[in-house]
Design a protein around this ligand. Structure first.
Ligand SMILES: [Zn+2]
Ligand SMILES: [Zn+2]
Length: 141
């Protein structure tokens, strides 16, 4: 079953997603920024069982800055595809890669490391909520 589809910039890599993500958020951490070359990351979190490679599974490279984040990019276009978080069994599929789902973030994480302010009224976690391995501390926009 596939409820949503994600793809890299050139389309060589395609992912099928079933059901709904368990989390949607903006991540401001420097690991995401460095990898993406972007000031902020739009993240959608899916339990591993809801994510299936449709094509291009052998056409990706993996960058592991830490063992907690396996960052996969397309070998053909260089576009970021997804981030596996094996320790929590969740796959972060880049929101911008999912063309058939509206991105509806509920919070900002690692706002303490931000490059840009985003005053949208959503909760701002200095690091992350406890459920994501952080201390739950929030901060002003
Ligand atoms: Zn590609
Ligand atoms: Zn991040």
């Amino acid at each position: 079953m596939s409820d949503h589809k994600a793809r890299c910039a050139c389309g060589a890599v395609e992912i099928a997603l079933s059901g709904s993500p368990v989390l949607q958020c903006y991540c401001h951490c420097s690991d995401c920024r460095d990898w993406l070359g972007a000031p902020v990351h739009g993240a959608t979190g899916w339990p591993k069982a809801q994510v299936r490679w449709v094509k291009g599974a052998d056409n990706v490279t993996t960058y592991k800055r830490t063992e907690n984040s396996h960052r996969k990019s397309c070998k053909s276009c260089g576009g970021a595809v997804l981030v596996e978080h094996p320790s929590i069994g969740v796959v972060d599929v880049l929101a911008s890669n999912i063309k058939d789902m509206k991105f509806s973030p509920s919070m900002h994480i690692y706002y303490g490391e931000r490059m840009i302010d985003m005053k949208d009224g959503l909760p701002k976690f200095r690091k992350a909520p406890a459920a994501l391995g952080g201390d739950g501390e929030t901060m002003p926009e």
